[in-house]
Design a protein around this ligand. Sequence first.
Ligand code: FAD
Length: 463
Amino acid sequence: MTRTHDVVGVGIGPFNLGLAALADPLDDVDAVFLDQRPGFSWHPGMMLDGATIQVPFLADLVTMADPTSPYSFLAFLKDVGRLYPFYVRESFYPLRSEYDQYCRWVADRLGTLRWGRRVVGVERAPGSDDLLVTAEVGAGSTATPRTETYRARHVVLGVGTAPRLPAPLAALAADAPAGAGPVVHTADYLPHRDALRASGSVTVVGSGQSAAEVYRDLVEGAGADTYRVDWVTRSPRFFPMEYTKLTLEMTSPEYTDHYRSLPGELRDLLGREQRALSKGISGDLVDEIYDTLYRRTAVGAELPTTLLTDTEVVAARTEAGGPDGDGEHVLTLRHGQTGQVAEHRTRAVVAATGYAGPGVPGFLAPGLARVDARGRLDVARDYTVDDAGRLHVVGTEEHTHGVTAPDLGFGAWRNSVVLAAVTGREPYPVERRIAFQTFGLPDGAPPPDTARPAVDVPTEATR
Ligand SMILES: Cc1cc2nc3c(=O)[nH]c(=O)nc-3n(C[C@H](O)[C@H](O)[C@H](O)COP(=O)(O)OP(=O)(O)OC[C@H]3O[C@@H](n4cnc5c(N)ncnc54)[C@H](O)[C@@H]3O)c2cc1C
């Protein structure tokens, strides 16, 4: 008789790893988590030296749900003997490499994680609300792949997002002939860094934190006798991430309730407008880049770099080079305000063009999950996507829940909601209100007038 787990988690990124850590001390929760990778690894392609996470250390896997958890970031520091150095460092923001190490430390202490398992099917168990999860074991390894099936009362999809390449760059990456320089997404930056630098000229395409980090990393080594580095972005400016405290209150259950009360197309518009909340560049990094450019040109040195805003890559091709591999990528650029079009030649491209959600994961049985008119998972307030309330989503519900979805700081709250559904009680208190401000008008206000004044803020998406 197949064992029925209370929870089967699909994907073990920070969000489901947090769920595993919060479920671990609960005697009434039998959970198992599956991931296709051989072990935990957090954005290895962007594990840049000195890079920090963008949220305070309290946004670890467990603390906001259970400050006494043995799986907290502070417990990790104590265990590895780095609590005092962290204390003396007096920064709220751990290094990205530290956060990755911390997650591996937690993963090593949990007995409920199964690596090397690619989930290929989730379906309803016949005659029950339970779910059957089928995973391929050893896919991509030499062992003959076999499958395992898990039965679960609840399944939690924490499959994360995948690198997104706009069409011109996707074609370029797919067809780049031998001899032409690399065309890579930031997710694969570090493994290609040397080849990028050796190419002679690199163009970073895109805005946001990853673009800025890669540009800064490359411009530090750029030079007349080494390579040039250019930065092209569709954004009207290199805008900073917004960190002001009243804005940060939008990462709250109340704002999520408000956001969800709005019509779908208004939510989508707001989602684009609120890019500065999670898709901008940290203000410090913007200034550090300026200071680097200032310092590197202080003694009259020419720095081979161009920074272009409001500029979109509308087409791209590769001109194969001679035997010495001097192929070039030719990007057709169009300026958003002037409409000018020009060609830009470069030997290599780094696409800092973000990540896309899974849409409706292909491994879900047809009709199992609710899907909205735009073919996206229709995620309910409690993060479920099926009418039986047994299939949950964590981390990819930005289109229904707004800015809280990708935020590491909100993972523990959401996992507390999921565990409340699994256990029928609140093993971890779920705060209903955390903000000082009120979103929408206070209760008792007259019914809404959905007519909304036109937004006059120039946003990238409206170009
Ligand atoms: C470079 C970078 C830095 C970031 N820094 C921050 C930050 O500082 N603060 C912040 O709040 N957010 C940050 N984010 C955003 C976000 O928090 C992260 O993307 C986070 O990793 C999301 O966690 P996740 O658990 O949803 O998914 P992921 O970390 O993407 O993990 C998903 C897992 O699912 C597995 N998987 C997928 N499909 C299957 C399948 N079919 N079968 C089995 N396994 C599967 C994958 O192998 C993967 O391990 C950052 C994002 C990036 C790209």
